[in-house]
Design a protein around this ligand. Sequence first.
Ligand code: PHE
Length: 341
Amino acid sequence: MDLDERINQVLSQCEQTLKSISSHQDLEDIKVQFLGRKGLIRDLFSQLSQLSDSEKKHYGESINKLKMEIESKISQKGESIQSKIQTSPENQVFDYSLPGFPYSIGKKHPFTLICEELYQIFRSMNFMVVEDREIEDEYHNFDALNIPKWHPSRKLNDTFFLTDGSVLRTHTSPVEIRTMEKISPPIRMVTIGGRCYRRDASDATHSAVFHQIEGLVVDENINFCHLSEILSEMMRGVFGKPVEIRFVPSYFPFVEPGAETLISCPFCKGDGCSVCKNSGWIELGGSGMTHPQVLRNVNIDPTKYQGFAFGWGVERLAMIKYGIDDIRLFFENNLSFLEQF
Ligand code: PHE
């Protein structure tokens, strides 16, 4: 075999052996085998002594080249073994001191928050908390509440009628009727955050879907002062301080006397601010003494029992408490809005 062939053979032998190994220890052995003092390269160099001067020059260069090539292949293999060791799963080190990934924490919707608060307030006053249907019949939504057939609120453009003649309740007052049909006085009931529907075009203060809190007390010797006290207590609970209640006479067929109910502005104490539109007062909904005809409709004797009731908008209350200026925000599930609470 001439020397050229032997040089090629040593190179391909080296390549083959490198392919078959995967540890630093094996690589060390290969280094010794090829580049060591008694290694194959050394062996090739030793054969030069038997050659002529020109052959010595030629083969000397070839063997030097071979030596450099083998050195570089061995060091490349070393790097690849090292990187395999580092990325193999059993060798990956978990660094417990690294910071974790941040994630956002869920929060309660402002509507839920105010409902929970109202629930606590009325439970502490020993009210029964009830819920009832959103699809009502005309009798409970209107007739039983003494709302005459000709009343404008019954019109198609105010009320959603279903094809079978039932309605999406336009207020939570039918829950008063349903409660009085089921239980007899004394009654102290509240329905909190009952969903109502009206054919309103939506804007910053109107929504076709909204929620009311409705309260009803029926007992002997009930008068307007009781109504006023319960509303004051509810407001003290919601705003955490005493708030004045003001009644402005108004007409609702199911109460007599009836009133639009206002509270003194909890933010400016009556001096005037943007929340109360500089009036010092904020309107929250209707209230009044239950109409005798309504009591008769549910077989309660109005000569023995009296009642009072109120029905207020829950979104409206939450808007005032939390400074929300658009009712539509309650229904949009906009994260940057919800994260504020
Ligand atoms: N149901 C009336 C409304 O939706 C509010 C109300 C309730 C008024 C109870 C008086 C008594 O506007």
